[in-house]
Design a binder for this molecule. Structure first.
Ligand SMILES: Nc1ncnc2c1ncn2[C@@H]1O[C@H](COP(=O)(O)OP(=O)(O)OP(=O)(O)O)[C@@H](O)[C@H]1O
Length: 269
């Protein structure tokens, strides 16, 4: 839990260019402690870039990012932040045991050149237990199924006891049972007060967890408000009155949904 009332994550007018092309074009976002935010949008709309920017993995060309009230360049409490990257980006040929992969998430807690402590080992065992894979600790990571690998990556992000967990498409290519197990793990974290930011292509079993949805379109905020009943409901919900969380919508002529095929082309252009 956070000690202060500071938002967990703030982006102010953040713009990012990659390969000379604008990818994020002025994003404003404030995530409060305990929120569960789903980031959705068409392929290439900037979802992964948004998450990577929040972690300082991508340089901004404008605007400011803060974590727990601290500007990113001064932020040092990385054990408070967990990141689950896209599995395809993280899993390729990792020659390590499940336990080693999870232990690598403990590095932000460890002192340099000190051997693994009892607390480190306990934290690794507890994180594996949380994702239901305690019995696979000695197995090679590469021998696990896609869904199991995803849960190992979640355990790796949990092992430092983060207050904020960012997950980039955690359910992509994952079987339904593993999605349900992931949803149960995330539910326990939410009940403990962990803040979640989830990049998702479809909500699936995670839907009941989601408290707020951010829709990106072409690197801009197309919608920010209460969860959408379906991914094609952007317009209807953007006009609805929500006193607690006013939806924000940037007017995009003719836009029915950022996920519609005709908008995908626009997003890439
Ligand atoms: N390193 C890079 N260099 C150049 N362009 C990049 C780079 N990384 C991403 N892009 C481009 O930035 C845009 C946004 O990419 P990003 O991965 O953030 O989108 P996304 O919404 O997460 O997409 P997806 O749903 O396909 O994962 C895309 O057009 C992508 O091609």
């Amino acid at each position: 839990m956070t000690e202060t009332d500071s938002p967990v994550l703030e982006l102010r007018d953040v713009a990012v260019e990659l390969g000379g092309r604008p990818v994020l074009r002025g994003i404003d976002l404030t995530v409060e402690p305990g929120e569960v935010l789903a980031v959705i949008g068409a392929n290439g709309s900037g979802k992964s870039t948004l998450v990577r920017t929040a972690l300082g993995l991508v340089p901004t060309c404008r605007g400011e990012v803060r974590l727990f009230g601290t500007p990113l360049r001064e932020f040092a409490e990385w054990h408070r932040v967990g990141f689950v990257p896209q599995r395809s980006a993280a899993a390729g040929g990792v020659p390590a045991s499940v336990r080693e992969v999870v232990a690598s998430g403990r590095l932000s807690r460890r002192r340099l050149l000190r051997p693994t402590s009892r607390a480190d080992r306990d934290a690794v065992a507890e994180a594996l237990d949380q994702v239901g894979l305690a019995d696979r600790a000695r197995d090679a990571f590469a021998t696990l199924s896609g869904g199991q690998q995803q849960r190992v990556l979640v355990a790796r992000a949990l092992v430092s006891g983060p207050d904020l967990l960012l997950l980039d498409e955690p359910t992509a290519g994952v079987d339904l049972l593993s999605q349900e197990q992931l949803a149960a793990t995330l539910r326990r974290l939410v009940d403990l007060g962990t803040t979640l930011v989830l990049v998702l292509h479809e909500l699936g079993p995670l839907a009941p967890l989601i408290g707020r949805t951010l829709v990106l379109g072409g690197g801009r905020t197309a919608y920010d408000g209460p969860p959408l009943a379906s991914f094609t409901d952007v317009d209807a919900h953007a006009h609805a009155h929500h006193p607690d969380l006013e939806p924000q919508r940037i007017h995009t002529p003719g836009m029915t949904s950022p996920l519609d095929p005709q908008n995908r082309q626009e997003d890439r252009g």
